[in-house]
Design a protein around this ligand. Sequence first.
Ligand code: APR
Ligand code: PHB
Length: 392
Amino acid sequence: MKLQTQVGIVGAGPAGLMLAHLLNLEGIESVVIENRSRDYVQERVRAGVLEQGTVDLMIRTGVGERLLRQGLVHKGIEIRFNGEGHRIDLHALTGGRAITIYGQNEVVKDLTETRIASGKPLFFECEDVHVSGFDAEAPRIDFRHSGEGHQVRCDFIAGCDGFHGVCRPSIATGALTIYERTYPFAWLGVLARVAPSSDELIYANHERGFALHSMRSPQLTRLYLQCTVDEDLSAWPDDRIWDELQRRFETRRGWTLRRGPIEQRGVTPMRSFVAEPMQFGRLFLAGDAAHIVPPTGAKGLNLAIADVLVLSKALAEFYSHGSSDALNGYSSTCLARVWKVQRFSWWMTSMLHRFPDETAFDRRRQTAELEYLTSSRAAAQSLAENYVGLPI
Ligand code: APR
Ligand code: PHB
């Protein structure tokens, strides 16, 4: 089957689906090609913190109805260390901004439903996805679907296919510069059917390692603890997970973590990664396909949304005024913000984890950093403005 469209989008994660939605609002045609099943994409548990700008964009563009009903608005977070909690008042420190707790898979569900309701093409379970021709004037995407070969011819390709996708590796070697840092630890994450033990998120720096208390709803708690990169999940029966979390969250005054059935568990690797530029010819990379941040601060999804907002505006300018200026500026516009968010995610990660090779000096410096953060309005304000999201 042969299809012709304006923008061929590879990947139906938050980046691909939001781009398809924004383009549709601009009257720009697209085809979305995803290799996984709809269920897989919608059920995959990922981060769950939306910046104010992401929330505002979803509401403004008509995909925020369920978010408004079910999202949990948080006006502060807690930083816990040396057995004591310290609240960072995000709302007061940012002139009234906040974050909203709403799972990434819920965002994906809402955007998938909107796409399907629009009647525009979205293919799940595509095989052998291949992009070509983007270095000339003939971008095309080939794939197999339900046993048949398909070909999409388009003006532009949006590579929204995540870190392990096909678009970034299709760019000629040498055309991209890669900046990367790996971390000597990972997160063991669990989703538990139990009411959260705190109204707000808790980021804990403990002798035994980092721990994070988050949530998905009034009945679902999301918890993480720092573990080794090759951690064996089978060595973590439920009791061991709960005991370890309890120890890392303990306070001098006493604090009890509510326990409940664990519904899902997994190990999340930690990586900082940027590919520059985010464009090659008529192929534009967006979201995890172009950059990865460590999960401390929950910026991955928000960065992906910021990229596709910039890309949709640039494409709209191209189709309505024939100007390529904004498309040519896409990469540098995005990267300016990407690097600030990289810095913030790296900083949060460095401040909150134990490093296997750390010296006594490093540990003292880390404690001083936490003490400064929780005692200086200027320092707390810097965290707050990054946490609720830098302007796009
Ligand atoms: N062909 C088609 N689709 C593909 C291919 C391929 N060869 N490879 C990967 N995909 C799909 C994946 O199955 C996934 O659904 O592309 C999608 C990419 O989605 P995400 O990985 O969610 O990336 P993105 O949309 O950029 O969103 C970034 O995801 O990883 C998290 O923390 C990150 O929250 C952030 C968000
Ligand atoms: C989550 O709820 O999954 C979450 C929250 C905050 C983070 C990372 C993940 O920093």
